[in-house]
Design a protein around this ligand. Structure first.
Ligand code: VAH
Length: 295
């Protein structure tokens, strides 16, 4: 969609891009906690839109709450200030993690109570509010979505509550027993990464005059528990084994999150529509992982 050179990958020390990410265009050291560094990159490449994906995911954030706050909130205010000064649009994703135990779990409304008890969730609610503040106060074009648990065939997950939904595929393809940290019956919104990327691009290209909401839209595609996912994978690997060793920290977080969000506002305001369901995602994940491991 965007010619070479039109997208600059920001990275932090120790996460230097390699492979296709390095070959696909320019990359710059971009620590969101360094406002001068961000401003210099925006000037150098004449950036018009910033995708701010810097965050500690839910389980890691419970182990490092102050670092999570620093990255998610001090980082965000730096991004928003640079965007205000330079005229950039900003996408900083929220998450199903922005909801809490009092939020309706089924068909979670776009506008509803948000009292998360995880540091990750607190930063995501604050992210939504701060992003809307910069739009209403300064006219910064901030828009974002509440991502479900994202499932990628490219990158291993980074310490979230929904990581099991990625790791289970790796175990199945490698012929290993999977030890599931989330209990049977725990439903969460999930999404295949191609749909998440489509949503992130489509929302920033949407007609702003149609937007009633901005930060952040519920987007949904699948809702399943570990049993449903395990039985789907066993249609391809009948001998695949799974057992449960519930992680109390991640289970408590998962129990506080919705089972399934209502995404009717995203569909009405910018034509959101997912492409991948559980069958299509499972077929593509297994095909990609078999190719990755030459199996
Ligand atoms: C996490 N994958 O588990 C992330 C995400 C919806 C969950 O925010 O923390």
């Amino acid at each position: 969609m965007y010619p070479d050179g039109n997208i600059v990958a920001g990275y932090i020390p120790g996460a230097e891009p390699k492979g296709i990410l390095l070959e696909s265009g320019p990359a710059e050291l971009a620590d969101v906690r360094n406002a001068q560094q961000l401003a210099a990159i925006v000037d150098k490449y004449r950036i018009d839109t910033i995708y701010n994906l810097a965050a500690l995911l839910s389980a890691v954030a419970e182990r490092k709450p102050l670092l999570a706050w620093d990255i998610q909130m001090n980082g965000l205010i730096n991004i928003l200030e640079v965007a205000r000064e330079k005229g950039c649009a900003v996408f900083t994703p929220s998450s199903i993690g922005s909801f809490g135990p009092e939020t309706p779990h089924m068909n979670t409304p776009q506008d509803t109570i948000q009292r998360p008890r995880s540091m990750y969730g607190v930063t995501k609610v604050a992210t939504e509010l701060l992003s809307d503040y910069y739009f209403h106060k300064y006219g910064v074009d901030t828009r974002s979505v509440r991502f479900p648990g994202l499932i990628s065939n490219v990158t291993l997950p980074g310490g979230g509550t929904t990581d099991y939904a990625v790791e289970i595929y790796y175990a199945a393809v490698k012929g290993e027993e999977f030890v599931c940290p989330i209990a049977a019956g725990t439903y969460m919104d999930m999404m295949y990464m191609p749909d998440a990327l489509k949503a992130a691009v489509d929302i920033m290209n949407a007609d702003p005059s149609r937007l009633i909401h901005r930060n952040s839209f519920n987007i949904a595609s699948m809702s399943f528990d570990p049993e449903i996912l395990y039985n789907k994978i066993r249609e391809t690997y009948p001998d695949f084994k799974m057992r449960y060793e519930v992680d109390p920290v991640r289970q408590a977080i998962a129990d506080s999150w919705p089972d399934k969000m209502d995404d009717s506002c995203a569909r009405a305001e910018w034509d959101w529509k997912p492409t991948y369901g559980l069958d299509e995602m499972t077929a593509d994940m297994i095909a990609c992982l078999k190719k990755k491991f030459n199996l």
